[in-house]
Ligand binder design. Sequence first.
Ligand code: ATP
Ligand code: MG
Length: 409
Amino acid sequence: MQIYKVGGAVRDRLLGKPVTDIDWVVVGATTEEMLAKGFRPVGADFPVFLHPKSGEEYALARTERKSGRGYGGFTFHASPEVTLEEDLIRRDLTINAMAEDDQQNLTDPYHGQRDLESRILRHVSPAFAEDPLRVLRVARFAARYAELGFTVAPETLDLMRQLSESGELEALTAERSWKEISRALMEDQPQVFIQVLRDCTALKVLMPEVDALFGVPQPEAHHPEIDTGVHTLSVLEQAALHKQPLTVRWACLLHDLGKGLTPEEEWPRHIAHEHKGLKLIKAVNERFKAPKDCQELALLVGQYHTHGHRALELKPSTLLELLQSFDVYRRPQRFEEFIAACEMDARGRKGLEQRSYPQADYLRGAATAARSVAVQPLLEKGFTGPELGEAIKRERLKALKAYKEAASA
Ligand code: ATP
Ligand code: MG
């Protein structure tokens, strides 16, 4: 049997990027031979094994053929006769379809190296269209390598557009989609991911709520960029520049969905968009089965981001309601993430990227003030049950009044 490094490891070595995980392909072997060498089989879908020592993935060379809708609709054929070239042609992009032996001799039948040099993301063969997940993968790679100047080849974008229009994207499972979306959002330029999805019309299928924001104007005084879609991309860009976690990035992407529902007569104002957007945020959350912390933060940021911007003008009672809604006493981290998302929203506006955001420290101070209310003295006074709750609230309100007065003095 011959063993080759394939995919990301070869690509990233040639790009001079750090290689994290290595995928291997094995040519000329049977499952029985692999098991005899101590490899452990994984996954029911494909003949893939884990190395007994390194734990890295070794896949038998295989060919694939589409036999139905969705990812389940694949039949594969693995046998010792399948050649390296046959295995490589089923891969998504030319830059991912190179293999290397232990002497670093490159097998590159589909000119991945040429495309690496000319910074092109190009599909390997028309079979690209057999797995709609590749639309998301290409957009993710575009986000990752945008910094190096990579763009999607026009003919690949055409194929992605055809796939998006064919209805095939709808066959993707929430799990496969979320894996790509979450990884793409954590890239350095996640806004490129959304932009590429939009360029190939996939965004309209996957997240019509986000797609609808493009072409929706906002008041120029607060939003020099005017367009809500452009603003959303900038907020995401800021979130990545500021190394925000996935929860914050997800919330940034979805925070303004309500603006897509404003009747044109009301443009460029968006009255109550925070509240109107909640059902859309919920729908997107559920469509991709986003993890609970992402779902929660997106909804809270959607509902309260304007509160965040107006923090310094909020009445103490409104501040208290905000802090209670976040359960800031038990969930301080979530409130920090809310503040971060608000700040990214404020900076994701043309020409305002460097502005200061005093609301952030003000909100932190308010949370500290409310949290500093001690429960013990109230217990000692004999409060219990719901009355204790009310008493704590009163004390917190007092603390916030004092905080606001001190801050404005
Ligand atoms: P990463 O750095 O994100 O791990 P990668 O290229 O190694 O990038 P993997 O998901 O680890 O990506 O997949 C390894 C290789 O398998 C890819 O380089 C590609 O050749 C192939 N591959 C993975 N998923 C698909 C797919 N859905 N369609 C076609 N080829 C795929
Ligand atoms: Mg990999």
